[in-house]
Design a protein around this ligand. Structure first.
Ligand SMILES: [Zn+2]
Length: 287
């Protein structure tokens, strides 16, 4: 739910760099070279599907009866996975430059959880075990933190429209520009700090599918709990600030203007946990 700039490298450039890096395996090098013209058109197909919310319609490979089928041209599943593992990820290989560029583009912020985690590696949005033809497609490679860990999600992928999580590179703008994550501050007024409850409230004019997709994203990445934890860490500081302003004689409206609204305005993007937190505190002052 945090937008990432689209990869600067094309599928074709990535394939070329992988070909350059294949040493001591002339057969694989030749196969990848010959398959390039079959692979490269898949990039446009993938991007069109993301843009229209139809990535789920791209079928996984059928492994019934053959655990290592030919996937495209003469390339087998195991070979496409090997190209990723040995000639794309491996440090010192020419294509590693593309891996690093994709990882660094996230600027230490995981797009799936909205930057609360730091990406340590790239994950396959469509898992390579089921979609090996996208094993080195830059748009399918997304920086992900350990907690979000796409590859660790039991190789899950959506088979229904409403189960698709938000794609950080190319999904519809509404998911990034319109607020759908909110929070409420619960306090029992006994002087103890309260608790934040994060929830989704997508704009009413969204389609049912759009609403279900953000719910799926929110639940899959456990964002209610993770955001409440982040907000709780900052709460003590903000409550102290509110207390100081009250001692200075500021009323609730002043506190909103001088502290809470600037907190909302300083949030890095519209669905950032910090925005929900300051909004919730603002609401609690009205009670
Ligand atoms: Zn994350």
């Amino acid at each position: 739910m945090m937008r990432l700039n689209e990869p600067k490298y094309s599928f074709e450039q990535t394939i070329d760099k992988c070909v350059d890096g294949i040493t001591g395996n002339a057969g694989l090098k030749q196969k990848l070279t010959f398959s390039k013209s079959d692979l490269t058109p898949l990039e446009a197909q993938y991007l069109d599907a993301v843009a229209t919310g139809e990535l789920y319609t791209i079928p996984p490979i059928n492994t019934d009866g053959d655990t290592d089928p030919v996937v495209i041209n003469t390339l087998k599943k195991s070979e496409l996975v090997k190209i990723y593992d040995q000639y794309f990820v491996t440090k010192g290989k020419p294509a590693r430059k593309i891996y690093d560029a994709l990882l660094n583009a996230a600027k230490e912020k995981c797009p799936f959880c909205g930057g609360i985690g730091t990406p340590r590696n790239l994950d396959h949005f469509l898992p390579k075990a089921h979609f090996p033809r996208f094993s080195i497609l830059p748009h399918n490679l997304v920086p992900s933190c350990r907690d979000c860990n796409m590859d660790g999600k039991a190789q899950a992928f959506a088979i229904n429209e409403e189960d698709q999580i938000i794609h950080p590179y190319a999904d519809h703008n509404r998911f990034f520009l319109e607020q759908w994550i909110f929070s409420t501050y619960h306090t029992d007024n006994d002087g103890e700090p309260g608790e934040f409850e994060y929830y989704i409230l997508p704009p009413e004019d969204w389609s049912e599918v759009g609403k279900q997709r953000v719910r799926k994203h929110f639940e899959d990445f456990d964002l209610a709990k993770r955001y409440a934890t982040k907000a709780a860490e900052l709460l003590g500081t903000v409550l102290q600030q509110i207390g100081s302003l009250q001692k200075l004689g500021l009323d609730n409206e002043d506190i909103k203007t001088t502290l809470l609204q600037p907190g909302i305005d300083a949030s890095p993007f519209v669905n950032h946990w910090q925005k929900g937190m300051y909004q919730a505190l603002m609401g609690s002052l009205d009670l």
